[in-house]
Design a protein around this ligand. Structure first.
Ligand code: 13P
Length: 254
């Protein structure tokens, strides 16, 4: 059974001081959420300070993006080598990156490969828009995102995959656990299985999109859902801790 992972994607929120305070708050309240693996993903500029704030605890850190090249003339970008030692995880292919910054599956695949080569654990995000869902294309599209995102990868140790339907992100309208499970068990699970065989059984599959303490346990009750990628609610220490505790309990790990 894969680890129960609760990752908080803070997006473009928190100043340096706010990020440290939030990380300290999560750390302070950690008792009881011990069965879940917590990953905080602040903006780049707060990564070092957040890492300091959680040092010595079970909390880990992640970046929200990165460039696939090692170094060079890429103004404003951050490489995997630069993230080494600052975080263990990196979110890649988030729908906001795909939609607002034009990231394609080919580009995301390069980033995934660079993450593995630099000992970072990629949290590969996939998910369909409402239009694609209504056109009956959700499963095929998500399967293709997984296939292309992991193209050419042979060792998936450390991989995490997050299913984030675009229509559920930041809308307060989460998918139902059944809708999420249908895609996660089917399109994602089966694609991983066909590409990587038994190794796919160790990949934590996270649901993301309007997760909160009220709906977290319902998602975790699904066998194929191993945790959550949390946006808005991760900006509140009490909420992300509640989500972690509830999901760990539902998974029998808390
Ligand atoms: P919300 O939890 O705010 O819907 O965001 C989800 C998300 O995009 C996490 O990466």
């Amino acid at each position: 059974m894969p680890q129960t992972v609760i990752a908080g994607n803070w997006k473009m929120n928190t100043t340096l001081a706010e990020a440290v305070a939030l990380a300290q708050g999560v750390r302070k309240g950690l008792t009881g959420a011990g069965g879940a693996h917590l990953v905080l993903c602040p903006p780049f500029i707060s990564l070092a300070a957040v890492q300091d704030a959680v040092r010595g605890s079970a909390i880990q850190t992640g970046a929200q993006n990165m460039h696939f090249e090692k170094s060079g003339a890429f103004t404003g970008e951050v490489s995997a080598a630069m993230l080494q030692g600052l975080c263990q995880y990196v979110i890649l292919g988030h729908s906001e990156r795909r939609q607002l910054f034009g990231e394609t599956d080919t580009l995301i695949n390069k980033k995934v490969q660079a993450a593995f080569q630099n000992d970072l654990k990629p949290i590969l995000c996939v998910g369909e828009t409402l239009e694609q869902r209504e056109a009956g294309r959700a499963a095929a599209l998500v399967a293709e995102q997984v296939r292309q995102g992991l193209n050419g990868v042979s060792n998936i140790t450390g991989l995490v995959v997050a299913y984030e339907p675009v229509w559920a992100i930041g809308t307060g309208k989460a998918a139902t656990p059944e809708i999420a499970a249908e895609i996660m068990d089917g399109a994602i699970g089966k694609t991983l299985q066909s590409m990587f065989g038994t190794a796919s059984g160790q990949v934590p599959l996270l649901y993301g999109g309007s997760v909160n303490p009220g709906n977290a346990a319902g998602f975790a009750a699904q066998k194929c859902i191993h945790g959550a990628l949390v946006g808005g609610a991760s900006l509140r220490a009490d909420q992300v801790l509640d989500i972690a505790r509830l999901m760990a309990q539902a998974k029998g790990a808390g």
